[in-house]
Design a protein around this ligand. Structure first.
Ligand SMILES: [Zn+2]
Length: 506
Protein backbone atom coordinates (compact mmCIF):
# COMPACT_ATOMS: atom_id res chain seq x y z
CA UNK A 1 0.00 0.00 0.00
CA UNK A 2 1.66 3.20 -1.13
CA UNK A 3 -0.97 5.93 -1.01
CA UNK A 4 -4.29 6.77 0.64
CA UNK A 5 -6.29 5.65 -2.38
CA UNK A 6 -5.05 2.10 -1.98
CA UNK A 7 -6.41 1.94 1.54
CA UNK A 8 -9.39 -0.36 0.96
CA UNK A 9 -12.42 -0.20 3.22
CA UNK A 10 -11.22 2.82 5.24
CA UNK A 11 -12.37 5.62 2.94
CA UNK A 12 -13.71 7.59 5.93
CA UNK A 13 -10.14 7.79 7.21
CA UNK A 14 -8.23 8.33 3.99
CA UNK A 15 -10.46 11.22 2.91
CA UNK A 16 -10.04 13.04 6.22
CA UNK A 17 -6.29 12.53 6.29
CA UNK A 18 -5.85 13.63 2.70
CA UNK A 19 -7.76 16.82 3.45
CA UNK A 20 -5.66 17.47 6.55
CA UNK A 21 -2.48 17.05 4.51
CA UNK A 22 -3.80 19.34 1.75
CA UNK A 23 -4.76 22.07 4.20
CA UNK A 24 -1.66 21.48 6.27
CA UNK A 25 -3.87 21.27 9.34
CA UNK A 26 -2.11 18.41 11.06
CA UNK A 27 -2.54 17.21 14.59
CA UNK A 28 0.45 16.47 16.80
CA UNK A 29 -0.99 13.18 17.96
CA UNK A 30 -2.99 10.61 16.07
CA UNK A 31 -4.48 7.42 17.43
CA UNK A 32 -5.23 4.63 14.97
CA UNK A 33 -7.33 1.86 16.47
CA UNK A 34 -8.81 -1.30 15.01
CA UNK A 35 -8.32 -5.03 14.54
CA UNK A 36 -5.10 -6.40 13.19
CA UNK A 37 -4.71 -6.26 9.45
CA UNK A 38 -6.96 -3.28 8.90
CA UNK A 39 -4.17 -1.01 7.67
CA UNK A 40 -3.20 1.07 10.71
CA UNK A 41 0.57 1.03 10.34
CA UNK A 42 0.42 1.21 6.55
CA UNK A 43 -1.75 4.31 6.87
CA UNK A 44 0.66 5.77 9.42
CA UNK A 45 3.54 5.37 6.96
CA UNK A 46 1.53 6.87 4.11
CA UNK A 47 0.69 9.84 6.32
CA UNK A 48 4.37 10.31 7.19
CA UNK A 49 5.21 10.23 3.49
CA UNK A 50 2.48 12.67 2.58
CA UNK A 51 3.54 15.25 5.15
CA UNK A 52 7.23 15.03 4.24
CA UNK A 53 6.85 14.58 0.50
CA UNK A 54 8.98 16.98 -1.55
CA UNK A 55 6.75 16.88 -4.58
CA UNK A 56 3.29 16.26 -3.22
CA UNK A 57 0.43 16.04 -5.73
CA UNK A 58 -2.58 18.28 -5.11
CA UNK A 59 -4.81 15.45 -3.92
CA UNK A 60 -2.92 15.00 -0.64
CA UNK A 61 -1.30 11.70 -1.53
CA UNK A 62 2.48 11.21 -1.38
CA UNK A 63 4.28 11.19 -4.74
CA UNK A 64 6.21 7.98 -3.92
CA UNK A 65 8.98 9.14 -6.22
CA UNK A 66 10.86 11.83 -4.35
CA UNK A 67 13.90 11.20 -2.18
CA UNK A 68 11.94 11.25 1.07
CA UNK A 69 9.07 9.06 -0.13
CA UNK A 70 11.56 6.49 -1.35
CA UNK A 71 13.52 6.63 1.90
CA UNK A 72 10.34 6.03 3.91
CA UNK A 73 9.33 3.10 1.69
CA UNK A 74 12.78 1.63 2.17
CA UNK A 75 12.67 2.19 5.94
CA UNK A 76 15.70 4.49 6.01
CA UNK A 77 14.16 7.88 6.66
CA UNK A 78 15.95 9.44 9.61
CA UNK A 79 12.95 11.38 10.87
CA UNK A 80 10.63 8.42 11.10
CA UNK A 81 11.10 6.45 14.29
CA UNK A 82 9.01 3.30 14.65
CA UNK A 83 8.63 1.81 18.09
CA UNK A 84 7.01 -1.56 18.60
CA UNK A 85 5.67 -1.34 22.11
CA UNK A 86 4.98 -5.06 22.11
CA UNK A 87 8.60 -6.03 21.59
CA UNK A 88 10.39 -3.21 23.29
CA UNK A 89 8.32 -2.69 26.33
CA UNK A 90 9.14 -0.34 29.07
CA UNK A 91 10.17 3.04 29.96
CA UNK A 92 13.67 3.04 28.44
CA UNK A 93 12.68 3.59 24.84
CA UNK A 94 10.15 6.24 25.71
CA UNK A 95 12.73 7.96 27.93
CA UNK A 96 15.07 7.89 24.99
CA UNK A 97 12.28 9.37 22.89
CA UNK A 98 11.80 12.16 25.42
CA UNK A 99 15.44 13.15 25.22
CA UNK A 100 15.73 13.05 21.45
CA UNK A 101 12.38 14.57 20.66
CA UNK A 102 13.64 18.08 21.31
CA UNK A 103 16.08 17.93 18.41
CA UNK A 104 14.90 19.24 15.07
CA UNK A 105 14.23 16.81 12.27
CA UNK A 106 17.37 15.68 10.50
CA UNK A 107 16.10 16.04 6.95
CA UNK A 108 12.30 16.17 6.77
CA UNK A 109 9.72 18.71 7.75
CA UNK A 110 8.55 16.73 10.78
CA UNK A 111 10.00 14.23 13.16
CA UNK A 112 7.49 11.43 13.31
CA UNK A 113 7.06 8.64 15.79
CA UNK A 114 4.91 5.60 15.10
CA UNK A 115 4.27 3.63 18.26
CA UNK A 116 2.65 0.33 17.36
CA UNK A 117 0.74 -1.79 19.90
CA UNK A 118 0.85 1.23 22.20
CA UNK A 119 -1.43 -0.47 24.75
CA UNK A 120 1.51 -2.70 25.70
CA UNK A 121 3.42 0.14 27.35
CA UNK A 122 3.88 0.06 31.10
CA UNK A 123 2.30 2.72 33.30
CA UNK A 124 5.63 4.47 33.68
CA UNK A 125 6.07 4.54 29.93
CA UNK A 126 2.56 5.90 29.51
CA UNK A 127 3.36 8.70 31.92
CA UNK A 128 6.50 9.55 30.02
CA UNK A 129 4.57 9.51 26.76
CA UNK A 130 1.88 11.68 28.26
CA UNK A 131 4.41 14.44 29.01
CA UNK A 132 5.32 14.52 25.33
CA UNK A 133 1.69 14.56 24.28
CA UNK A 134 0.88 17.38 26.67
CA UNK A 135 3.50 19.70 25.24
CA UNK A 136 4.56 18.40 21.87
CA UNK A 137 7.33 20.32 20.09
CA UNK A 138 6.14 22.00 16.88
CA UNK A 139 8.14 19.67 14.65
CA UNK A 140 6.89 16.44 16.18
CA UNK A 141 4.01 14.20 15.11
CA UNK A 142 3.11 11.11 17.12
CA UNK A 143 1.06 8.31 15.60
CA UNK A 144 -0.11 5.71 18.08
CA UNK A 145 -1.58 2.45 16.83
CA UNK A 146 -3.43 -0.15 18.85
CA UNK A 147 -5.74 -3.13 18.59
CA UNK A 148 -6.91 -2.68 22.19
CA UNK A 149 -7.98 0.91 22.60
CA UNK A 150 -9.80 0.17 25.87
CA UNK A 151 -6.43 -0.53 27.50
CA UNK A 152 -5.23 3.03 26.98
CA UNK A 153 -5.46 5.54 29.82
CA UNK A 154 -8.09 8.27 29.23
CA UNK A 155 -5.37 10.90 29.60
CA UNK A 156 -3.70 9.56 26.46
CA UNK A 157 -6.99 9.17 24.58
CA UNK A 158 -8.05 12.75 25.23
CA UNK A 159 -4.88 14.13 23.63
CA UNK A 160 -5.09 12.26 20.34
CA UNK A 161 -7.12 12.64 17.20
CA UNK A 162 -8.69 9.22 16.97
CA UNK A 163 -9.38 7.17 13.84
CA UNK A 164 -11.21 3.85 14.00
CA UNK A 165 -10.16 1.31 11.38
CA UNK A 166 -12.88 -1.17 10.68
CA UNK A 167 -12.84 -4.76 9.46
CA UNK A 168 -13.98 -5.38 5.91
CA UNK A 169 -17.30 -6.98 5.09
CA UNK A 170 -17.23 -10.26 3.19
CA UNK A 171 -18.15 -8.36 0.03
CA UNK A 172 -15.36 -5.84 0.46
CA UNK A 173 -12.80 -8.57 1.03
CA UNK A 174 -14.13 -10.43 -1.99
CA UNK A 175 -13.95 -7.30 -4.14
CA UNK A 176 -10.40 -6.66 -3.03
CA UNK A 177 -9.33 -10.19 -3.95
CA UNK A 178 -11.23 -10.07 -7.22
CA UNK A 179 -9.52 -6.82 -8.19
CA UNK A 180 -6.08 -8.16 -7.36
CA UNK A 181 -6.58 -11.45 -9.20
CA UNK A 182 -7.96 -9.60 -12.19
CA UNK A 183 -4.99 -7.26 -12.22
CA UNK A 184 -2.54 -10.14 -11.87
CA UNK A 185 -4.46 -12.24 -14.42
CA UNK A 186 -5.00 -15.05 -11.93
CA UNK A 187 -8.12 -17.17 -12.24
CA UNK A 188 -9.50 -18.56 -9.03
CA UNK A 189 -12.50 -20.85 -8.59
CA UNK A 190 -15.43 -19.24 -6.80
CA UNK A 191 -15.38 -21.71 -3.95
CA UNK A 192 -11.65 -21.21 -3.57
CA UNK A 193 -12.22 -17.48 -3.32
CA UNK A 194 -14.95 -18.09 -0.73
CA UNK A 195 -12.45 -19.97 1.43
CA UNK A 196 -9.98 -17.08 1.28
CA UNK A 197 -12.70 -14.55 2.08
CA UNK A 198 -13.89 -16.58 5.03
CA UNK A 199 -10.42 -17.16 6.44
CA UNK A 200 -9.43 -13.52 6.17
CA UNK A 201 -12.06 -12.78 8.86
CA UNK A 202 -12.46 -9.21 7.71
CA UNK A 203 -8.76 -8.44 7.63
CA UNK A 204 -7.65 -6.93 4.33
CA UNK A 205 -4.06 -7.78 5.05
CA UNK A 206 -4.84 -11.41 5.89
CA UNK A 207 -6.86 -11.70 2.69
CA UNK A 208 -3.89 -10.54 0.65
CA UNK A 209 -1.38 -12.73 2.40
CA UNK A 210 -3.66 -15.76 2.10
CA UNK A 211 -3.91 -15.15 -1.63
CA UNK A 212 -0.17 -14.80 -1.73
CA UNK A 213 0.37 -18.05 0.17
CA UNK A 214 -2.02 -19.92 -2.09
CA UNK A 215 -0.58 -18.45 -5.26
CA UNK A 216 3.03 -19.17 -4.37
CA UNK A 217 2.08 -22.55 -2.89
CA UNK A 218 1.03 -23.90 -6.24
CA UNK A 219 3.39 -22.04 -8.49
CA UNK A 220 5.04 -25.26 -9.63
CA UNK A 221 1.82 -26.55 -11.11
CA UNK A 222 1.36 -26.48 -14.86
CA UNK A 223 -1.02 -23.57 -14.80
CA UNK A 224 0.04 -21.43 -11.87
CA UNK A 225 -2.34 -18.66 -12.84
CA UNK A 226 -5.38 -20.88 -12.39
CA UNK A 227 -6.21 -21.74 -8.81
CA UNK A 228 -8.81 -24.39 -8.04
CA UNK A 229 -10.77 -24.82 -4.84
CA UNK A 230 -8.76 -27.97 -4.16
CA UNK A 231 -5.49 -26.11 -4.43
CA UNK A 232 -6.68 -23.51 -1.98
CA UNK A 233 -7.63 -26.27 0.45
CA UNK A 234 -4.39 -28.07 -0.20
CA UNK A 235 -2.12 -25.13 0.40
CA UNK A 236 -4.03 -23.88 3.44
CA UNK A 237 -4.38 -27.36 4.93
CA UNK A 238 -8.14 -27.20 4.98
CA UNK A 239 -10.05 -30.48 5.12
CA UNK A 240 -11.55 -31.65 1.88
CA UNK A 241 -15.23 -30.85 1.73
CA UNK A 242 -16.07 -34.41 0.74
CA UNK A 243 -14.88 -35.71 4.10
CA UNK A 244 -16.93 -33.13 5.94
CA UNK A 245 -19.88 -33.96 3.71
CA UNK A 246 -19.77 -37.69 4.34
CA UNK A 247 -19.35 -37.45 8.08
CA UNK A 248 -22.33 -35.10 8.24
CA UNK A 249 -24.34 -37.40 6.03
CA UNK A 250 -23.64 -40.39 8.27
CA UNK A 251 -24.58 -38.41 11.37
CA UNK A 252 -27.78 -37.09 9.85
CA UNK A 253 -28.81 -40.52 8.63
CA UNK A 254 -28.15 -41.90 12.12
CA UNK A 255 -25.60 -44.35 10.80
CA UNK A 256 -23.56 -44.25 13.99
CA UNK A 257 -21.28 -47.15 13.13
CA UNK A 258 -20.24 -45.68 9.80
CA UNK A 259 -19.84 -42.25 11.39
CA UNK A 260 -17.58 -43.64 14.12
CA UNK A 261 -15.49 -45.51 11.57
CA UNK A 262 -15.08 -42.36 9.55
CA UNK A 263 -14.05 -40.27 12.52
CA UNK A 264 -11.58 -42.94 13.47
CA UNK A 265 -10.11 -42.95 9.99
CA UNK A 266 -9.91 -39.17 9.85
CA UNK A 267 -8.19 -39.09 13.22
CA UNK A 268 -5.70 -41.80 12.26
CA UNK A 269 -4.65 -39.87 9.20
CA UNK A 270 -3.75 -36.94 11.39
CA UNK A 271 -6.36 -34.53 10.06
CA UNK A 272 -6.61 -31.40 12.20
CA UNK A 273 -9.90 -32.04 13.99
CA UNK A 274 -10.39 -28.45 15.03
CA UNK A 275 -10.26 -27.38 11.40
CA UNK A 276 -12.54 -30.24 10.62
CA UNK A 277 -15.10 -29.08 13.17
CA UNK A 278 -14.85 -25.57 11.83
CA UNK A 279 -15.60 -26.65 8.30
CA UNK A 280 -18.45 -28.84 9.43
CA UNK A 281 -19.98 -25.78 11.07
CA UNK A 282 -19.53 -23.82 7.87
CA UNK A 283 -21.26 -26.49 5.82
CA UNK A 284 -24.10 -26.65 8.32
CA UNK A 285 -24.39 -22.91 8.23
CA UNK A 286 -24.78 -22.98 4.48
CA UNK A 287 -27.45 -25.67 4.79
CA UNK A 288 -29.25 -23.67 7.47
CA UNK A 289 -29.28 -20.49 5.43
CA UNK A 290 -30.44 -22.28 2.27
CA UNK A 291 -33.12 -24.06 4.26
CA UNK A 292 -34.45 -20.82 5.75
CA UNK A 293 -34.50 -19.25 2.31
CA UNK A 294 -36.48 -22.25 1.12
CA UNK A 295 -33.92 -23.11 -1.52
CA UNK A 296 -31.84 -26.00 -0.29
CA UNK A 297 -29.53 -27.23 -3.03
CA UNK A 298 -30.68 -30.82 -3.23
CA UNK A 299 -27.92 -31.81 -5.58
CA UNK A 300 -25.37 -30.72 -3.08
CA UNK A 301 -27.04 -31.50 0.23
CA UNK A 302 -29.57 -34.21 -0.42
CA UNK A 303 -29.03 -35.74 3.03
CA UNK A 304 -30.35 -32.58 4.63
CA UNK A 305 -33.66 -32.44 2.82
CA UNK A 306 -35.68 -33.76 5.77
CA UNK A 307 -33.87 -31.82 8.45
CA UNK A 308 -35.79 -29.09 10.22
CA UNK A 309 -34.07 -25.80 10.94
CA UNK A 310 -34.09 -26.60 14.65
CA UNK A 311 -32.33 -29.89 13.97
CA UNK A 312 -29.70 -28.09 11.94
CA UNK A 313 -29.25 -25.62 14.77
CA UNK A 314 -28.88 -28.48 17.25
CA UNK A 315 -26.16 -29.97 15.07
CA UNK A 316 -24.41 -26.61 14.77
CA UNK A 317 -24.47 -26.25 18.55
CA UNK A 318 -22.89 -29.65 19.02
CA UNK A 319 -20.07 -28.80 16.66
CA UNK A 320 -19.59 -25.34 18.15
CA UNK A 321 -19.09 -26.93 21.56
CA UNK A 322 -16.70 -29.46 20.04
CA UNK A 323 -14.72 -26.76 18.24
CA UNK A 324 -14.31 -24.85 21.49
CA UNK A 325 -13.36 -27.92 23.52
CA UNK A 326 -10.90 -29.11 20.90
CA UNK A 327 -8.61 -26.19 21.71
CA UNK A 328 -7.71 -27.79 25.04
CA UNK A 329 -8.60 -31.39 24.46
CA UNK A 330 -6.16 -34.20 25.24
CA UNK A 331 -8.35 -36.64 23.33
CA UNK A 332 -9.74 -34.74 20.33
CA UNK A 333 -11.53 -37.68 18.73
CA UNK A 334 -13.74 -37.97 21.82
CA UNK A 335 -15.41 -34.67 20.93
CA UNK A 336 -16.62 -36.18 17.69
CA UNK A 337 -17.59 -39.47 19.26
CA UNK A 338 -19.69 -37.58 21.78
CA UNK A 339 -21.50 -35.76 19.00
CA UNK A 340 -22.24 -39.05 17.28
CA UNK A 341 -23.47 -40.48 20.58
CA UNK A 342 -25.56 -37.45 21.43
CA UNK A 343 -27.23 -36.63 18.17
CA UNK A 344 -30.44 -38.44 17.43
CA UNK A 345 -32.27 -37.25 14.40
CA UNK A 346 -36.01 -37.41 14.74
CA UNK A 347 -38.18 -40.30 13.71
CA UNK A 348 -39.38 -38.61 10.54
CA UNK A 349 -35.90 -38.58 9.10
CA UNK A 350 -35.30 -42.16 10.12
CA UNK A 351 -38.54 -43.48 8.69
CA UNK A 352 -38.07 -41.61 5.49
CA UNK A 353 -34.57 -42.91 5.10
CA UNK A 354 -35.60 -46.48 5.80
CA UNK A 355 -38.12 -46.37 3.00
CA UNK A 356 -35.54 -44.80 0.74
CA UNK A 357 -32.95 -47.37 1.65
CA UNK A 358 -35.32 -50.21 0.86
CA UNK A 359 -36.14 -48.75 -2.53
CA UNK A 360 -32.48 -48.02 -3.10
CA UNK A 361 -31.47 -51.53 -2.20
CA UNK A 362 -33.97 -53.04 -4.59
CA UNK A 363 -32.74 -50.79 -7.36
CA UNK A 364 -29.16 -51.56 -6.52
CA UNK A 365 -29.71 -55.26 -6.85
CA UNK A 366 -31.24 -54.70 -10.21
CA UNK A 367 -28.60 -52.29 -11.37
CA UNK A 368 -25.79 -54.50 -10.18
CA UNK A 369 -27.02 -57.29 -12.35
CA UNK A 370 -27.49 -55.02 -15.31
CA UNK A 371 -24.02 -53.53 -15.02
CA UNK A 372 -22.33 -56.85 -14.41
CA UNK A 373 -24.03 -58.44 -17.39
CA UNK A 374 -23.22 -55.52 -19.61
CA UNK A 375 -19.59 -55.81 -18.72
CA UNK A 376 -18.94 -59.51 -18.36
CA UNK A 377 -20.26 -60.25 -21.80
CA UNK A 378 -17.15 -59.01 -23.51
CA UNK A 379 -13.47 -58.53 -23.04
CA UNK A 380 -12.06 -55.09 -23.40
CA UNK A 381 -9.51 -53.93 -25.95
CA UNK A 382 -8.21 -51.45 -23.42
CA UNK A 383 -4.93 -51.55 -21.56
CA UNK A 384 -3.60 -50.04 -18.35
CA UNK A 385 -1.54 -47.41 -20.07
CA UNK A 386 -4.46 -46.07 -22.04
CA UNK A 387 -6.66 -45.93 -18.96
CA UNK A 388 -4.03 -44.14 -16.92
CA UNK A 389 -3.46 -41.69 -19.73
CA UNK A 390 -7.07 -40.69 -20.06
CA UNK A 391 -8.12 -41.08 -16.43
CA UNK A 392 -8.17 -37.35 -15.96
CA UNK A 393 -10.41 -36.88 -18.97
CA UNK A 394 -12.79 -39.36 -17.41
CA UNK A 395 -12.80 -37.77 -13.97
CA UNK A 396 -13.26 -34.32 -15.43
CA UNK A 397 -16.39 -35.48 -17.16
CA UNK A 398 -17.76 -36.72 -13.84
CA UNK A 399 -17.01 -33.48 -12.07
CA UNK A 400 -19.94 -31.30 -13.14
CA UNK A 401 -22.44 -33.98 -12.19
CA UNK A 402 -20.89 -35.15 -8.96
CA UNK A 403 -18.07 -33.29 -7.28
CA UNK A 404 -17.61 -35.86 -4.54
CA UNK A 405 -17.26 -38.81 -6.85
CA UNK A 406 -14.89 -36.72 -8.90
CA UNK A 407 -12.72 -36.06 -5.85
CA UNK A 408 -12.64 -39.74 -4.94
CA UNK A 409 -11.74 -40.87 -8.43
CA UNK A 410 -9.18 -38.15 -8.72
CA UNK A 411 -7.45 -39.28 -5.54
CA UNK A 412 -7.50 -42.97 -6.48
CA UNK A 413 -4.33 -44.75 -7.62
CA UNK A 414 -4.82 -46.91 -10.67
CA UNK A 415 -2.90 -50.09 -9.89
CA UNK A 416 -3.73 -52.74 -12.44
CA UNK A 417 -5.99 -53.74 -15.28
CA UNK A 418 -6.64 -57.40 -15.51
CA UNK A 419 -8.50 -58.72 -18.55
CA UNK A 420 -11.50 -56.47 -18.20
CA UNK A 421 -11.30 -55.34 -14.60
CA UNK A 422 -9.60 -52.28 -13.27
CA UNK A 423 -8.15 -52.18 -9.75
CA UNK A 424 -7.60 -48.92 -7.98
CA UNK A 425 -6.27 -47.99 -4.57
CA UNK A 426 -8.17 -45.54 -2.41
CA UNK A 427 -7.21 -44.10 0.98
CA UNK A 428 -10.51 -44.60 2.78
CA UNK A 429 -13.25 -47.21 3.08
CA UNK A 430 -15.89 -44.56 2.39
CA UNK A 431 -14.21 -43.79 -0.91
CA UNK A 432 -14.51 -47.43 -1.86
CA UNK A 433 -18.16 -47.50 -0.81
CA UNK A 434 -18.97 -44.48 -2.88
CA UNK A 435 -17.00 -45.41 -5.98
CA UNK A 436 -18.51 -48.91 -5.95
CA UNK A 437 -22.01 -47.64 -5.38
CA UNK A 438 -24.28 -48.78 -8.24
CA UNK A 439 -25.10 -45.21 -9.18
CA UNK A 440 -21.44 -44.38 -9.43
CA UNK A 441 -20.92 -47.51 -11.50
CA UNK A 442 -23.59 -46.38 -13.92
CA UNK A 443 -22.17 -42.92 -14.23
CA UNK A 444 -18.63 -44.18 -14.65
CA UNK A 445 -19.63 -46.68 -17.30
CA UNK A 446 -21.41 -43.99 -19.32
CA UNK A 447 -18.37 -41.75 -19.21
CA UNK A 448 -16.08 -44.71 -19.84
CA UNK A 449 -17.85 -45.50 -23.02
CA UNK A 450 -17.57 -41.90 -24.06
CA UNK A 451 -13.87 -41.64 -23.31
CA UNK A 452 -12.64 -45.14 -24.16
CA UNK A 453 -15.41 -46.34 -26.43
CA UNK A 454 -15.82 -49.21 -24.04
CA UNK A 455 -16.50 -49.86 -20.37
CA UNK A 456 -14.99 -52.15 -17.77
CA UNK A 457 -15.60 -53.48 -14.30
CA UNK A 458 -13.59 -52.09 -11.44
CA UNK A 459 -12.80 -52.68 -7.82
CA UNK A 460 -11.33 -50.49 -5.12
CA UNK A 461 -8.72 -51.61 -2.63
CA UNK A 462 -8.43 -49.58 0.55
CA UNK A 463 -4.83 -48.74 1.29
CA UNK A 464 -4.43 -46.94 4.60
CA UNK A 465 -0.77 -46.16 3.92
CA UNK A 466 -1.73 -44.20 0.88
CA UNK A 467 -2.98 -41.39 3.04
CA UNK A 468 -0.66 -41.66 6.00
CA UNK A 469 2.38 -41.35 3.77
CA UNK A 470 1.46 -37.74 3.42
CA UNK A 471 0.92 -36.99 7.06
CA UNK A 472 2.21 -33.49 6.66
CA UNK A 473 -0.71 -32.71 4.42
CA UNK A 474 -3.02 -35.09 6.15
CA UNK A 475 -5.93 -32.74 6.07
CA UNK A 476 -6.02 -33.01 2.34
CA UNK A 477 -5.55 -36.74 2.00
CA UNK A 478 -8.27 -36.93 -0.57
CA UNK A 479 -6.23 -35.42 -3.28
CA UNK A 480 -2.84 -36.22 -4.70
CA UNK A 481 -1.80 -33.65 -7.21
CA UNK A 482 -3.01 -30.17 -7.86
CA UNK A 483 -5.42 -30.33 -10.75
CA UNK A 484 -6.82 -27.66 -12.90
CA UNK A 485 -10.26 -28.40 -14.07
CA UNK A 486 -12.27 -25.96 -16.02
CA UNK A 487 -15.49 -27.55 -17.10
CA UNK A 488 -17.95 -25.00 -18.32
CA UNK A 489 -21.64 -25.70 -18.29
CA UNK A 490 -22.03 -24.93 -21.93
CA UNK A 491 -19.48 -27.53 -22.97
CA UNK A 492 -21.28 -30.30 -21.18
CA UNK A 493 -22.37 -33.10 -23.40
CA UNK A 494 -25.53 -35.08 -23.12
CA UNK A 495 -23.76 -37.82 -21.24
CA UNK A 496 -23.14 -35.61 -18.26
CA UNK A 497 -26.84 -34.85 -18.20
CA UNK A 498 -27.50 -38.56 -17.96
CA UNK A 499 -25.04 -38.76 -15.13
CA UNK A 500 -26.70 -35.86 -13.42
CA UNK A 501 -29.96 -37.73 -13.60
CA UNK A 502 -28.37 -40.68 -11.88
CA UNK A 503 -27.12 -38.55 -9.03
CA UNK A 504 -30.21 -36.46 -8.61
CA UNK A 505 -31.29 -38.08 -5.37
CA UNK A 506 -27.94 -39.21 -4.10
ZN1 LIG B 1 7.27 12.30 -2.40
Amino acid sequence: MQDFDELVGQEHISTTLKNAVKKDSLSHAYLFTGSRGTGKTSTARILVKAINCLNRPKDGNPCNKCEFCKAITAGRFLDLIEIDAASNRGIEQIRDLKEKIEFSPAEGKYKTYIIDEVHMLTNEAFNALLKTLEEPPEHVIMILATTDVHKLPPTILSRCQRYDFRLGSENEIRDLLKNITKKEKIKIEKKGLDILVHNAKGSFRDALSLLDVVYSGQIESKKPDEISENEVRHVLGIPDSTMVYYLLEKIVLNDKIAALEMVNEIDKKGVNLQQFAKYTILMLREILVQKMQGKLDLEEYSFAKNLSTSEIITLINHFLVAERNLKNSSLPILEFEMIIGNVNMNEVVKKDEKVEKKVKKKNEEKEDRVVESKISSKKSNLDLERIKKDWKVLTNKIKPANGHLFAFLESANIISFDESKLFMEVPFQFHKDRIEDPKSRDAISIVCREVFGDCFAYECVVNGKMASKKKAEASVVLRKEPTKVKEKTKTRKNSSKDIEEIFKDM
